[in-house]
Design a protein around this ligand. Structure first.
Ligand SMILES: [Zn+2]
Length: 517
């Protein structure tokens, strides 16, 4: 087992003071090594959680938490913080000053380097309190106050019942996605659905006496199912963490790290026949994680490393897709055709013509009688009604498509305006690498599609590699280059500031970081 040492190699411009800070621990390390004070088995950890539910935001179903896991060897201290919030800045209730505030306070008050702080948002859509930064610092302080020697183990869980890919490949070759913001296309237009990642990455930390201290688990799914009452909730992953904590040693804290969930929805997301309920989905995720936790054997392992880097990813020029979508919008509008029917008459006819396709307008004997007297009034009525229904239905489908076009056009315009106002063609993106024993993690600031995580896992030199999106900032969706050939068709490729080249650049950097861990 080798001695640990800090390996940070690049620094976010916003934290340029960090470069100076790095010199200190490295020189300290040299002194410690010379004095023979570095212990090869000296990993300790502390853990804590603090309620961050906004109690003024209405009824609460399940509390939202900030949770902190502080890991320490003589050479390195790392803080892993998970927040039950939609994102770290940019959207939702966690403001943009949250991360710099937390980092500078942790540096000042606990001497934890900003580059060694990992903050992941679960992406649940709950409402957090206004002083979430203060409570985050509290959580880390409590964790630091509870440091114990720990044993470490890594394992894999499996869960494929609670989620589905939300991007649908249409027979036309285009893709759309499953959202509440707009209607689904007719079933017969749908040809295929995208992949999921059923893997749960689990880090188990035990006290010296074998009792669990913390479970850190990584999985990819939007926790946006909600609860039947509509109350404030930490959603699927909040319920999953509760199941884990309730079934391990007293005081165990389960920390959820959101994965590459950009295009992953809860299963049955658009169900209209049952109340929307995150709890059973969360319970399944929690139980599947527990299965993995129980299989893990922990051991002394002092390998703790953090790597911090920043890459520049290209911003997209969305002027062409915007023009194309505006033209499509006009084309759809002009295609709406006049019809005699309205909703009331259409619904009435729809029921009749589906109930009795051969004799919709009267009993069968009426049709037989007309045949006998060589009249076809009913048949002519049916032909006219069927043509009207077809036109009316066509208009409905066009209107549904217009809701999708309008929603995605608004997203494209928003990101085009932001990209043009940015003043440079790239966006700085923080990439953090973390090793705890055999647990390897690399992060991204936005919402990567699941395929990005699958690619990095495949290319990683390490067996237990996991990827956490939604970490240390928020730059919206990050779909694959292939998905970005569909700009304007689905949320991920429209709610995106990045050019397609981002994917190769990031995956290369992620693997580079993993290789150095
Ligand atoms: Zn999302």
């Amino acid at each position: 087992m080798s001695n640990t040492r800090r390996l940070s190699f690049a620094v976010h411009p916003a934290h340029s003071s960090v470069s100076k800070l790095l010199i200190v621990p490295l020189s300290l390390l040299a002194v410690c090594l010379a004095a023979g004070r570095i212990r090869a088995d000296g990993l300790s950890a502390g853990v804590a959680k603090v309620d961050i539910t906004n109690k003024e935001a209405g009824p609460v179903s399940s509390p939202l938490y900030v949770k902190a896991l502080v890991l320490k060897t003589d050479a390195t201290t790392a803080a892993v913080i998970t927040v039950d919030a939609v994102a770290i800045g940019e959207i939702g209730h966690v403001k943009n000053d949250y991360l710099p505030t937390v980092r500078s306070r942790l540096k000042r008050e606990l001497d934890i380097a900003p580059s060694d702080v990992l903050v992941n948002a679960s992406h649940c859509h709950g409402v957090v309190c206004a002083d979430v930064a203060e409570r985050t610092v509290q959580a880390v302080k409590q964790a630091v106050g509870n440091m114990l020697p720990v044993k470490v183990g890594v394992g894999l869980g499996h869960e494929d019942r609670i989620m589905e890919n939300r991007r649908l490949r249409l027979r036309s070759g285009r893709e759309i996605d499953v959202r509440h913001a707009y209607a689904m296309p007719p079933d017969e237009q749908v040809a295929a659905i995208g992949p999921v990642d059923p893997e749960i990455g689990v880090l188990r930390l035990d006290r010296s006496d074998g009792r669990t201290l913390a479970v850190l688990y990584n999985f990819a799914c939007h926790p946006i199912q909600g609860v039947p009452s509509g109350a404030n909730t930490a959603d699927i992953t909040g319920f999953a963490s509760r199941v884990i904590e309730d079934n391990m040693s007293d005081g165990t804290v389960a920390l959820f790290l959101q994965g590459c969930a950009g295009d992953i929805n809860p299963a049955w997301y658009k169900d209209v026949d049952h109340p929307r309920d995150a709890e059973p989905l969360g319970n399944m995720l929690g139980l599947s994680t527990l299965e993995a936790v129980r299989r893990i054997e922990t051991k002394k392992d002092a390998r703790l490393r953090v790597l911090h880097d920043v890459i520049q990813l290209p911003r997209a020029d969305l002027s062409q897709p915007i023009a194309a979508l505006e033209a499509k919008q006009q084309e759809l509008l002009q295609s709406l055709s006049g019809t005699s029917l309205n909703l009331k008459t259409f619904m009435h006819l729809m029921v009749k013509y589906r109930l009795s396709p051969d004799f919709p307008s009267y009993y069968s004997h009426g049709y037989l009688h007309e045949n006998a007297i060589e009249r076809d009034d009913l048949r002519k009525l049916d032909a006219r009604n069927r043509a009207d229904m077809e036109r009316y239905l066509g208009n409905i489908h066009t209107m549904e498509e217009l809701t999708r076009v309008r929603t995605n056009l608004a997203l494209l315009r928003k990101h085009q305006a932001a990209n043009q106002a940015a003043g440079k063609p790239t966006v700085d993106v923080e990439v953090l690498g973390l090793r705890v024993g055999d647990f390897l993690l690399v992060t991204f600031t936005g919402e990567p599609s699941v395929q990005v995580g699958l690619n990095i896992k495949e290319k990683s030199p390490h067996e237990h590699t996991f990827v956490a999106g939604y970490t240390n900032g928020y730059i919206y969706y990050a779909p694959t280059a292939e998905q970005l050939t569909n700009v304007g068709g689905a949320q991920e490729d429209s709610d995106c500031m990045l050019a397609p080249e981002w994917q190769a650049l990031y995956e290369k950097k992620a693997v580079e970081v993993l290789n150095k861990l």
